[in-house]
Design a protein around this ligand. Structure first.
Ligand SMILES: Nc1ncnc2c1ncn2[C@@H]1O[C@H](COP(=O)(O)OP(=O)(O)OC[C@H]2O[C@@H]([n+]3cccc(C(=O)O)c3)[C@H](O)[C@@H]2O)[C@@H](O)[C@H]1O
Ligand SMILES: Nc1ncnc2c1ncn2[C@@H]1O[C@H](COP(=O)(O)OP(=O)(O)OP(=O)(O)O)[C@@H](O)[C@H]1O
Ligand SMILES: [Mg+2]
Length: 277
């Protein structure tokens, strides 16, 4: 890749991530709901499971899941959506999570706190002698434990109910590798695949999600020392720049450099585990 121009590398990444410069939001809603319905039918797994954070991705993916189970039932089938609240203690944007649930109107909501299990794991690790560079490093590692604890909870529900875990990964998060490997990155179906952030928002508008959730600043909200830290402040570039990049537009040199570096560094997260050649 080293001798290739910014534009050539950009084209390669766009094709790998299957992102398109524009989408028809209504058509995408239909296509993605159909995908969920057809896979439930094919797999025989009739429950969809997804954590609802109060952010735009899980609001949109959650509503698509509820629409899919309702369509399946309308056609005489059997399907159910289980939304999960998975707070680590008291969540600062709890009101947004409640608003998302009111809007999604899931068949069922399970609330499972992840603080006890996450803190217990960290304590056991430290009792074993594991040390961290400093408090911030410790907090960062705990953040990934939280994301993986949410995965454990969702897969437990899927196991108990014969279900499938939905993931909220989309093109803008995928290009930056901005997810926890085998945490929120672990799932069975990704209905938002191939969309950039602005296209997720367009779909949100098409299904009449609350505008304050659609416009909300994205946050992983994993670090206790800096709650609600915005994704953009971590990236050092904006989602607008990432979206422009994914739509094939020219972006500034800093944006090219930041995106290429993140993309190639996190290649391992977008593939199956490596095997001997
Ligand atoms: N080259 C390589 N080939 C194969 N495997 C490699 C590897 N380099 C690291 N690894 C493995 O990957 C691990 C690092 O990956 P990982 O554990 O994911 O950890 P890491 O990428 O360091 O952290 C996850 C990042 O995603 C962010 N995040 C997480 C969850 C949700 C959201 C959100 O937007 O909501 C954002 C989070 O804030 C953090 O910045 C290493 O510990 C190692 O096990
Ligand atoms: N507190 C939480 N409760 C339940 N699920 C959560 C929580 N935090 C994260 N998740 C799950 O992890 C996923 C990844 O988080 P992420 O922040 O990327 O998405 P989001 O919060 O839905 O949207 P945004 O990226 O715009 O903040 C969420 O979509 C959700 O499924
Ligand atoms: Mg979030």
């Amino acid at each position: 890749m080293e001798n290739r121009s910014n534009t050539e590398i950009q084209k390669h990444i766009i094709s790998q991530l299957n992102v398109h410069p524009s989408v028809d939001p209504d058509e995408e809603v239909g296509r993605r709901v159909k995908f969920l319905c057809e896979y439930m039918e094919k797999s025989g797994q009739r429950t969809l499971v997804l954590g609802i954070s109060g952010g735009v991705d899980s609001t949109v993916a959650g509503r698509l899941a509820q629409l899919a189970v309702e369509r399946t039932r309308d056609q005489g089938g059997d399907a159910r959506f289980v939304a999960m609240r998975l707070p680590y203690g008291e969540q600062k944007d709890e009101a947004d999570a409640r608003r998302a649930l009111d809007y999604i109107a899931p068949d069922e909501t399970l609330t499972v706190g992840i603080k006890g299990a996450s803190d217990a794991m960290l304590a056991s690790l430290e009792e074993s002698g594991l040390e961290f560079g400093d408090e911030e490093h410790r907090d960062f590692v705990l953040g990934n434990i939280k994301a993986r604890q949410r995965m454990v909870a969702q897969y437990a529900v899927a196991g108990a109910r014969g279900g499938l875990v939905i993931g909220t990964d989309q093109g803008a998060e995928a290009v930056m590798g901005f997810f926890t490997k085998f945490g929120d990155g672990a799932c069975d179906l990704t209905p938002l695949d191939g969309l950039n952030k602005r296209q997720v928002r367009e779909i949100g508008r098409a299904i009449e999600a609350p505008s304050e959730l659609i416009e909300k600043q994205p946050t992983a909200d994993l670090e206790s020392l800096s709650p609600q830290k915005t994704d953009e402040s971590v990236f050092g570039i904006s989602y607008d720049e990432i979206d422009d990049f994914l739509e094939g537009r020219e972006v500034g040199e800093t944006a090219y450099r930041t995106i290429f570096e993140a993309y190639f560094k996190t290649e391992h997260k977008r593939t199956l585990p490596l095997v001997p050649q």
